[in-house]
Design a protein around this ligand. Sequence first.
Ligand SMILES: [Zn+2]
Length: 146
Amino acid sequence: MGVAIRLRRAHVDAMIAHALEDAPIECCGMLAARDGTVTDVHPAVNKENSPYRFSIDPLQTRRLEEQIDASGASLAGFYHSHTGSDPIPSPTDIRMMSSLFGPPYVHFVIGVADRDHPVVRVWYIQDGDRIEQEFEVIEDTAPATP
Ligand SMILES: [Zn+2]
């Protein structure tokens, strides 16, 4: 397992906050990065409006991709929440995401089944399987740079 992506503490907190806000519905979103480090977390709308699955409207995906391109970053991957189960990609996730979420795209799953103890894990979805990766958190010790 290697470090697949780096991100600031504020980005982790943003994904957790989104997951808690939308629970019990699964939340989802996209991540922008530059040189392997996340630059922005882009919340999206879960078109399924479901506690068990998610999808992002293709139109919103395209708009966010354009926004990410315009900012000089690249699409780094996606995130969604599990509101009643462990943050491990489900067979449905793997089936739905295989084409889209293989490397180099990372996929974060934010587990908020226990709201007081959110669990964040990151995966590659590849060849019909999930392969856990590591992420590195950059602590916000200094004022954030834009
Ligand atoms: Zn899922």
